[in-house]
Design a protein around this ligand. Sequence first.
Ligand SMILES: Cc1cc2nc3c(=O)[nH]c(=O)nc-3n(C[C@H](O)[C@H](O)[C@H](O)COP(=O)(O)O)c2cc1C
Length: 189
Amino acid sequence: MTSPLRVLGVCGSLRAKSYNRALLHAAIELVPPEMVIEEYAGIDELPHYNADLDVDGGPPSAASWRSAVGAADALLIATPEYNFGPSGVLKNAVDWASRPPATSVLHGKPIALMGASTGMSGTARAQLALRQSFVFTQSLVLPAPEVLVSNAATRFDAELRLTDVASRDFVHRLLVRLLAFARQLQPRA
Ligand SMILES: Cc1cc2nc3c(=O)[nH]c(=O)nc-3n(C[C@H](O)[C@H](O)[C@H](O)COP(=O)(O)O)c2cc1C
């Protein structure tokens, strides 16, 4: 029997009532069989990337982040959009995981992106900017479907449950595609 695909879920917003965290929680609820999603809650503990701190494995927060990324079969990132890019805290986490480049835990890692914004473009530009960073790290970002939850305030209820049927369907389709994509890339036993 094949073991489930282990996906590390990362939310790029630190806000208590973050729509992106709510989107990640919706994904955890909609997870297909043969996949488990575990949320990584520690990216706010990473210091601002500074190569002077990145010696002997870096600070414990960086070591645990790198080890979680390295151990995961795939990443699922819920990104907010800040000024047409990802949040600083998320970009910082990508930067920590990207070093050292020759042995980066992001190299060859399957990644699915999704995002929610209160604007009309649903994080399209933030996701494109992340895709660009993941070209450098040689990560394998799932090309489609794009999960762009626009006008987020209308898609979640007061308890931050994703109630918009079309958005739920997109999230589910993203997970199904990620499962197939990551399985194709896994070495055969
Ligand atoms: C600094 C800042 C910049 C923002 N820039 C954008 C933007 O470029 N595009 C957009 O659609 N929304 C933008 N927003 C609004 C966010 O989409 C909104 O705050 C959203 O709720 C953030 O995600 P979260 O709910 O997961 O924290 C911005 C918000 C902040 C605080």
